[in-house]
Design a binder for this molecule. Structure first.
Ligand code: NI
Length: 400
C-alpha cells in the first residue's frame, strides 16, 4: 500500500474512533425499536434522518422500506457499494440491557442494528473525506434479509447495483473476538431452498382405508424418501441438508386424513446441488403420491443462492484491515450451512462479505445469533467502520 494511503488510513481510523459514541447511540436507538422483515418503516425513517442530518443524498425507490444513499467523491472514478441489512426477528428479548427492545416480541437478535450503525457511520466518515474520494460509494440499507425471498432482489431491481464495480458486506460474528475479522475466499455460506409440499388424498373412516387415500401415510413416505436425496443422490463430498420443519394434517383419531402440509428447507454449499435438489424433491414427492393415488401441490417458496466471496474483494479487505489493525487479527471463516441473501448481489457483481468479531465474554457477548440473549460488543463498530471506509476508498483510488 502506498504511503499516502497509509496516512489516510490513520486519519480514517481516528475519525472512526471519534464517531463511535454517536454510532453507539444510533445502534441503541435501533435496538430499542426493532422491526420485522418488510415492516422496517421507522427504521427506514431513522436512516433517512441521519443521512439528511449529514446532507448525504438518497434515491427515491419503489419500495416501502430500505434506503439507497450515495456519497460522491470530489474526484472522478467508479462506483462501489456497501450493504447493511435492517430487519429484526420475532424473538422476545431476554437480556438485561438498559436499551432492550421496546417492541415486545421483536428483537435485533442477529445484530443488524450494529450493521446499520456501522454502515451509517461509514457514510458519514466518507462524506467527510470527499476530497480524497475518487468516485462514488453507494450505501444499500436492505430490508428483509431474514425472510426469504429477501430484500436483496427488490433492491437490485431498484437499481442499487447499477454500474457497481465491487460490493462489500459484513456480518457480525459472536464466535470471533472483538478486534478480529473473518474472511473466506470462495463459497462461504449455503444456498437456501424453502419449499412447501401439500399432499392431497381422500378422507374417510379410519376403519375403511380401502375407500380412502391416506395423506398421512403418503406424507411419511415422502419424508423418508427425501432423506435419500441427501444420502444416495448427491456427491457425498458435497454437503446437503434437507429438513422438514413442520408437518400438519389430520383432524381426529378415527378419521383418515385427506390433506397434509410439509414445510421444509434444503441447504447446500454446492451450486450443482442447488440446481438439482429442488427438482428431485418435487419429482420424488410427485411419484410417491402417484403410486398411492394421491396428488401433490409443490410450492417453491423462496431461494437464496450459494454465497461465494470474490477473492480480489477479500484481498482488498485484507490489505486495508491489515494496514489499519495488523496482520494477526484475520481468521479464516468456516463454511456454514446458514444462508444469506447477500449472495444475490454476488451473483451479479464482484464482492465479498467479511465477519466482524463482536465476542466479549465479559459483557456476555458470546451467545449465538437468534438467541433471545444475543448481545454484541459495540467496541467492534469503529473496526467495521474503518475497514469498510478504507476498503472502499482505497479500491476506488486503485482503479481510478
Ligand atoms: Ni443476520
Amino acid at each position: 500500500m502506498k504511503k499516502e494511503n497509509k496516512s489516510l488510513n490513520q486519519l480514517l481510523l481516528q475519525k472512526a474512533n471519534n464517531l463511535k459514541k454517536q454510532q453507539i447511540n444510533w445502534r441503541r436507538h435501533l435496538h430499542q425499536y426493532p422491526e420485522l422483515s418488510n415492516q422496517e418503516f421507522e427504521t427506514t425513517k431513522f436512516i433517512k434522518k441521519i443521512l439528511s442530518d449529514y446532507q448525504i443524498p438518497f434515491k427515491k425507490i419503489p419500495l416501502e422500506t430500505g434506503v439507497i444513499a450515495e456519497v460522491k467523491g470530489k474526484q472522478n472514478g467508479s462506483i462501489v457499494a456497501i450493504r447493511s441489512d435492517i430487519d429484526a426477528l420475532p424473538i422476545l428479548e431476554q437480556t438485561n440491557l438498559p436499551f432492550k427492545s421496546k417492541n415486545r416480541g421483536c428483537m435485533h437478535a442477529c445484530g443488524h442494528d450494529l450493521h446499520m450503525a456501522t454502515v451509517l457511520g461509514t457514510a458519514v466518515l466518507l462524506n467527510d473525506l470527499k476530497e480524497h474520494l475518487h468516485g462514488t460509494v453507494r450505501f444499500i440499507f436492505q430490508p428483509a434479509e431474514e425472510m426469504p425471498p429477501g430484500g436483496a432482489r427488490p433492491m437490485i431491481e431498484a437499481g442499487c447495483l447499477d454500474k457497481v464495480k465491487m460490493i462489500f458486506g459484513m456480518h457480525n460474528d459472536p464466535h470471533l473476538k472483538t478486534g478480529s475479522i473473518g474472511l473466506r475466499d470462495g463459497i462461504a455460506m449455503a444456498s437456501v431452498t424453502d419449499f412447501d409440499i401439500k399432499v392431497i388424498g381422500q378422507g374417510g373412516h379410519a376403519a375403511r382405508p380401502q375407500n380412502a387415500v391416506d395423506a398421512i401415510v403418503v406424507a411419511s413416505e415422502i419424508i423418508g424418501a427425501l432423506q435419500k436425496v441427501v444420502s444416495r443422490e448427491v456427491d457425498p463430498i458435497q454437503p446437503v441438508v434437507v429438513t422438514i420443519g413442520t408437518i400438519n394434517g389430520g383432524t381426529a383419531r378415527n378419521v383418515i386424513c385427506d390433506e397434509v402440509t410439509l414445510v421444509g428447507t434444503a441447504r447446500t454449499l454446492s451450486k450443482e446441488a442447488f440446481k438439482q435438489v429442488p427438482k428431485r424433491i418435487k419429482q420424488i414427492a410427485e411419484s410417491i403420491a402417484k403410486a398411492h393415488k394421491a396428488k401433490i401441490d409443490f410450492n417453491l417458496v423462496a431461494t437464496y443462492p450459494v454465497l461465494e466471496n470474490d477473492i480480489d474483494t477479500n484481498n482488498v479487505i485484507r490489505e486495508n484491515f491489515e494496514s489499519l489493525f495488523g496482520k494477526n487479527k484475520i481468521e479464516v471463516t468456516p463454511q456454514v450451512m446458514g444462508g444469506e441473501d447477500f449472495a444475490c448481489y454476488l451473483e451479479k457483481t464482484k464482492g465479498a462479505m467479511f465477519r466482524l468479531g463482536v465476542m466479549n465474554k465479559k459483557i456476555k457477548a458470546d451467545k449465538s445469533w437468534h438467541s433471545p440473549e444475543f448481545i454484541v460488543d459495540e467496541d467492534a463498530i469503529p473496526i467495521g467502520t474503518a475497514t469498510f471506509a478504507s476498503s472502499a476508498l482505497n479500491y476506488l483510488y486503485k482503479i481510478k
